[in-house]
Design a binder for this molecule. Structure first.
Ligand SMILES: [Zn+2]
Length: 323
């Protein structure tokens, strides 16, 4: 689809998140040239394709350099790699009904490559971030949901039909709560941003007399996982306990991955990882406890480098490398 890149083209990457739309103009070397963003209150389910096309047009207008060769788009759902159609997109179910590639190609006149958002972010980290130069990598993003991607021998492993990497929906607590996927006790029901908030609220409610949580986590105001992550860094003990517990559950799931895949690197991204070592260390501790020591020793665990831009950069580079 996309012509072979000879270094004189730019690419557009689109990251359709759970509730934001991000876009970027990216050079063939993976440099971020320009970014655009629509916030949740600006997004319209009915107009989402027009909004993506408008974002592409705005990024193009700003362009005075090399031509734009193609567009890559990452979506938070299951993308069938055979049919190139979205099969499940929980946050934007209407979009799963349309042929996104055909619609966007028609509106922009550019080739469009579609993939899962975690695959896109992992590809960004592989090409221009924390996993540069590595070949066997597991990428996890802890945000609104839990996304993950497998990089095997330097390539994204998509499975038979494109649905591989649904790490967030591994059962971690058979007697846990129902997940939005329909299963009970998925890792996502414990370690996604909204579920960390839910667990923190439950704990604050049970333990009203506790002095553990300072002003950083108000009991009567909305807060997010990012607030908890930041509060943990500022020394809030309740927030630290929550991050430690979350890291433990994440570590249980990752130990299985380490034993199953013998990857050399695990990259952890998403808002929740703003807690830094306060979640990374308990995660590593739990993996060490459970995985085979030689497999554990062969695997480094690090925090992602590209931050919130991983998805747009990766989507653009997937477009660059698409054959
Ligand atoms: Zn699930």
């Amino acid at each position: 689809m996309a012509a072979k890149d000879n270094g004189d083209s730019n690419y557009i990457g689109i990251d359709l998140g759970g509730n934001t739309l991000k876009g970027a103009l990216v050079s063939s070397a993976g440099d971020l040239l320009r970014e655009g963003r629509l916030e949740p209150e600006e997004l319209s389910q009915d107009r989402i394709i027009s909004q993506i096309a408008d974002m592409v047009a705005n990024l193009r207008d700003a362009e005075r350099g090399p031509r734009i060769a193609s567009i890559g788009i990452g979506v938070p759902g299951l993308v069938n790699s055979r049919s190139n159609r979205i099969e499940i997109l929980p946050n934007l179910p209407d979009l799963a009904e349309v042929d996104l590639i055909a619609e966007l190609s028609e509106r922009t006149g550019l080739p469009v490559v579609l993939d899962n958002d975690a695959n896109a972010a992992a590809y960004g980290e592989l090409q221009a971030g924390a996993a540069a130069g590595k070949r066997d990598v597991f990428y996890v993003s802890l945000g609104t949901g839990i996304g993950a991607a497998l990089i095997i021998s330097g390539n994204i492993y998509r499975g038979a039909t494109g649905f591989a990497g649904e790490f967030g929906h591994m059962t971690i607590d058979p007697e846990g709560i129902e997940c939005r996927c329909g299963n009970i006790g998925c890792l996502e029901t414990i370690a996604s941003g909204p579920n960390i908030v839910r667990r923190t609220r439950e704990r604050l409610y049970r333990d009203r007399t506790s002095s553990l949580s300072k002003l950083a986590l108000p009991r009567n105001r909305e807060f997010t996982a990012l607030d908890i992550a930041r509060a943990s860094r500022e020394g809030d003990e309740m927030a630290q306990v929550m991050m430690e517990r979350t890291g433990m559950f994440l570590g249980i799931a990752l130990a299985a991955v380490v034993n199953l895949l013998n990857v050399e690197l695990i990259v952890l991204g998403g808002d929740v990882m703003e807690a830094g070592d306060l979640i990374l260390k308990p995660t590593i501790k739990e993996v060490r406890r459970r995985a085979f020591p030689p497999s554990f020793n062969a695997c480094e665990m690090v925090i992602a480098k590209l931050g919130a831009s991983a998805g747009v950069i990766g989507a653009a580079l997937l477009a660059r490398d698409h054959r």
